[in-house]
Design a binder for this molecule. Structure first.
Ligand SMILES: [Zn+2]
Length: 388
């Protein structure tokens, strides 16, 4: 090939580099919870998604907006990010909610999933590369159950495959762990199992419950097993970051991790975990049962989506916080300040806000730098936070 052809082939790349600055970017380091997360080439993120039985409230939205920011920051370091965000469309919570409404669980799930997708689009959350639905991964749960049985990490009794879970409570006070297990439907007092902390990988279904064939009879997967199986099927035996709301630390993520590690033998299953602080109202957890839900769609009638997104992000991700409607006005004012900073001539290193974000997703620090430096700094931050 003549030399001028090679030059012709490479020139668009050089032009692109010159547009954003002539030097090659320095390798970026991302830290989460104070621990470095070196990445080469690609990053696998698993986000525990919704159980589609209810409208999207601000607590859900916060988790998924933070997961989206994580993906944006990782992407900004030049690695290919593959995010997997599941839909738990086979779950007893969903069955119970459908029964109360007098509707079919599948119909309820499809409807609520559409509402959720609408809210995510409004909040500019990028569509994940993988969105597995539990119902499509039942075979993977059966495989997982079989592997766990083969490795002695589970036992079968009357059609239920129980995962030996006593090791999943590591670091937790026993009474606290028992209370959380009961609260999240793991039935620690069920006399059918060897240990209170054993959980169902597979369990039999009655006539009213969804059921699939398995070597242990007709049944359905357990919640923790669904996420373990979907993560293993989509990402392989480990992920770089496991993401979810703070309320998933135990039992859900503890069991997802324990099952995946017991099945694959690869540890750790997750190199890092990102748990998003709870959104509260007057100090109380946001929950339908207490009637204090704040819905994304209602807030979007009041403020632009970018202002709501900034409000969710302008804080430490791992701290619980209280939502107050009046604070939305502050978020909108802050957003307008950022836009104004972006429009004025800048100074300083335009990469500085991105550097701040890479240090444990410190949005307040990144915003402060962007407001101070203005110009390209602010424009890049607006792009990274997807506020444009
Ligand atoms: Zn999950």
């Amino acid at each position: 090939m003549p030399a001028h052809s090679l030059r012709h082939l490479t020139s668009p790349v050089i032009d692109a580099a010159q547009r954003v600055g002539s030097t090659a970017p320095a390798p970026a380091r991302v830290t989460l919870a104070g621990t470095g997360l070196p990445l080469v080439g690609s990053a696998r993120v698993y986000v525990c998604g919704i159980t589609p039985y209810d409208v999207t409230h601000l607590g859900h939205a916060a988790t998924f907006v933070w997961a989206d920011l994580l993906a944006s920051v990782l992407d900004g370091t030049g690695v290919d990010v593959a995010t997997c965000r599941n839909v738990t469309d086979v779950d007893d919570v969903l069955l119970d909610a459908a029964a109360r409404r007098g509707s079919h669980f599948d119909e309820l799930a499809v409807t609520q999933e559409a509402v959720f997708d609408h809210s995510m689009r409004a909040l500019r959350v990028a569509t994940p590369a993988h969105q597995p639905r539990a119902r499509h991964y039942v075979d993977a749960v059966v495989q997982l159950a079989q592997v766990l049985l083969d490795r002695g990490a589970a036992y079968e009794r009357d059609g239920t495959v129980w995962f030996r879970g006593s090791g999943a409570t590591a670091g937790l006070d026993r009474d606290r762990a028992l209370a959380l297990s009961a609260a999240y439907g793991d039935h620690p007092d069920d006399p059918a199992k060897d240990d209170p902390f054993d959980v169902a990988v597979w369990r039999p279904s009655d006539d009213q419950q969804p059921a699939w064939p398995s070597p242990w009879g007709w049944g359905r997967p357990g919640w923790h097993a669904e996420c373990a199986a979907m993560a293993l099927a989509v990402h392989g035996p480990s992920v770089d970051v496991l993401v979810g709301g703070d309320d998933l630390v135990f039992p859900h993520h503890a069991y997802q991790v324990a099952m995946a590690e017991a099945a694959s033998g690869v540890t750790p299953f997750a190199r890092a975990q990102l748990h998003v602080g709870e959104v509260r109202i007057g100090g109380a957890k946001m929950a339908k049962s207490t009637g204090n839900l704040v819905l994304v769609d209602d807030l979007l009638e009041r403020v632009p989506a970018a202002a709501l997104r900034l409000h969710l992000l302008h804080r430490r991700y791992d701290q619980p916080w209280d939502f107050a409607t009046a604070a939305l006005d502050d978020a909108q004012a802050l957003l307008e300040s950022l836009y104004a900073a972006a429009a004025r001539p800048g100074r300083g290193d335009p990469a500085a806000p991105a550097e701040a974000l890479r240090a444990d997703l410190d949005v307040p620090a990144a915003v402060a730098v962007a407001l101070d430096q203005g110009g390209e700094s602010a424009r890049r931050l607006i792009s990274l936070l997807r506020l444009g």
